[in-house]
Design a binder for this molecule. Structure first.
Ligand code: SF4
Length: 374
C-alpha cells in the first residue's frame, strides 16, 4: 500500500463515555470494565501495524467519545505508539478533547507531561437545566474547575465547546453562556447549533413534539450574537463555528477543512489517504468488541473502504473549504459559474483573484451554498 511520506494529520478515536448524551450520534459507548483496556491495547497494536507506518505526523488529535475517560497511563500508551509510528514533523499540535467531570489536575498534568499541548473542553452550557436536558454528566461548576486545572498543568491552548438552539433556550440564557465561557479566557471557542440526529433520544423526543426548539430566525440570531461577542473578546472567527485568538486555530481541524489527507485509528475512526494513487476514505469497525477481535486476529479493522472519485472529492473540498474564513481556493474546482454569480448577487459570497469566501450572511446558508456550487 502506498504511504505518502509528507506529514499527515493523525486522529485517534476513543469511543468510551461515562454515559450517552441525548443528542449524540457519535461512535461512543457507555461501557466500562475490561473492554476499555482491551480497546486501548488493540488501538496501540493497530497503530503499530499501520500500513502507513513512517508517515510523519503533522498534528495528533484524540477525539471521541471522551478521551479523558481513559487513564493517564492508557492515553500515554496510545500517544507513544502514535509518535513511534508517525514521528512528529517538528513541534506539532497534540490535542485532546476533554470532558469536565473526567479530568482533574493530576490527569491534565500527566497529559501535559506526556506531550499533549492543547485541550478542548466540552462545556456545552453553564446552565444546570441545559446540562440535565443534554444528558451531560458534569455540572456547570466543573467547567471552570477543568479550565483552571488545564492552566495549572501548563496548557497554553485551551478551547471550550458550547451548543446553542437547545430546547427551551432563551437568548438571555445563550448570551450568558457565551459571556461565562469568554470570562474563562479560552484561547479557542467552538459553538455548534444543536442538530437532531436519527437514532438519538432527542430524535425520539422531537418526533413526539417534546422539544421546544428555536425556529430558524432565532437560531440565526443566536449565531450572530455568538460571532459578535467572540469577536469583541478578541477571538477571531476562522471557520463557521470556530473562533480563536491569533495562533490558536486548531491545526488538526484545519487539515480537514482544507481537504488534506488524514490518518485515523480506533473504533469507528474515519481516515482519508492516498492508496495506489487514489484518495480513499476508510472507516474502522465501530463496535469496540468487533474492532478488538479484528485486531487480535490480525485482520484489518477497516470495514468500509471507499475510493473517492473526482466528483466526490470536489464535493468534499467545497463542503469543507467553504466553511473557512480564509476562503476556498478555486484552482482545479471548476465550479458552476451561474451558481457563483447567484451567490454573489444574493450577497452570500465574495470572489477574490483565486478564492471564494462566504460573507457573514452567506455563513448562515452554508449548506444551501454548497448545494448550489457542486
Ligand atoms: S460526551 Fe460527547 S461523545 Fe460522549 S456521549 Fe456525550 S456528546 Fe457523545
Amino acid at each position: 500500500m502506498a504511504s505518502g511520506m509528507s506529514p499527515t494529520a493523525v486522529y485517534i478515536h476513543t469511543p468510551f463515555c461515562p454515559s450517552k448524551c441525548g443528542y449524540c450520534d457519535f461512535n461512543s459507548f457507555a461501557m466500562t470494565g475490561e473492554i476499555i483496556e482491551r480497546t486501548v491495547a488493540a488501538t496501540v497494536r493497530e497503530i503499530e501495524t499501520s500500513p502507513f507506518k513512517g508517515s510523519p505526523a503533522k498534528t495528533i488529535f484524540f477525539g471521541g467519545g471522551t478521551p479523558t475517560f481513559l487513564s493517564a497511563d492508557q492515553l500515554d500508551r496510545i500517544l507513544t505508539a502514535v509518535r513511534e509510528t508517525h514521528p512528529p514533523a517538528g513541534d506539532i499540535e497534540v490535542s485532546s478533547e476533554a470532558n469536565p467531570g473526567t479530568v482533574d489536575s493530576a490527569k491534565f498534568s500527566a497529559m501535559k507531561q506526556m506531550g499533549f499541548n492543547r485541550v478542548s473542553i466540552g462545556a456545552q452550557s453553564f446552565q444546570a437545566g441545559d446540562l440535565i436536558q443534554l444528558g451531560r454528566v458534569h455540572q456547570a461548576s466543573d467547567i471552570a474547575v477543568a479550565v483552571r486545572a488545564a492552566r495549572q498543568a501548563g496548557f497554553e491552548s485551551v478551547s471550550l465547546d458550547l451548543m446553542f438552539a437547545l430546547s427551551g433556550q432563551s437568548m438571555t440564557g445563550w448570551k450568558s453562556n457565551i459571556s461565562t465561557a469568554l470570562g474563562l479566557n479560552p484561547d479557542h471557542l467552538s459553538m455548534y447549533c444543536l442538530t437532531i440526529e436519527p437514532n438519538t433520544r432527542f430524535y425520539r423526543l422531537h418526533t413526539r413534539g417534546m422539544l421546544d426548539l428555536p425556529d430558524d430566525d432565532r437560531q440565526a440570531e443566536m449565531y450572530d450574537i455568538a460571532v459578535q461577542l467572540s469577536e469583541e473578546a478578541g477571538l477571531k472567527q476562522y471557520e463557521i463555528s470556530n473562533f480563536a485568538k491569533p495562533g490558536h486555530e486548531c491545526q488538526h481541524n484545519l487539515c480537514y477543512w482544507r481537504s488534506e489527507d488524514y490518518l485515523a485509528y480506533g473504533p469507528g475512526a474515519v481516515g482519508c489517504m492516498p492508496i495506489e494513487g487514489q484518495s480513499t476514505r476508510f472507516t474502522c469497525l465501530k463496535h469496540p468488541e468487533r474492532y478488538c477481535t479484528a485486531v487480535e486476529e490480525g485482520k484489518s479493522t477497516w470495514f468500509d473502504v471507499e475510493p473517492l472519485d473526482d466528483q466526490a472529492l470536489r464535493f468534499e473540498r467545497v463542503m469543507m473549504g467553504i466553511r473557512l474564513n480564509e476562503g476556498m481556493p478555486l484552482e482545479g474546482l471548476d465550479l458552476n459559474q451561474s451558481a457563483l454569480e447567484e451567490l454573489m448577487t444574493l450577497g452570500w459570497a465574495e470572489l477574490s483573484e483565486d478564492r471564494i469566501t462566504l460573507t457573514s450572511l452567506g455563513r448562515r446558508f452554508c449548506s444551501s451554498a454548497v448545494l448550489k456550487l457542486v
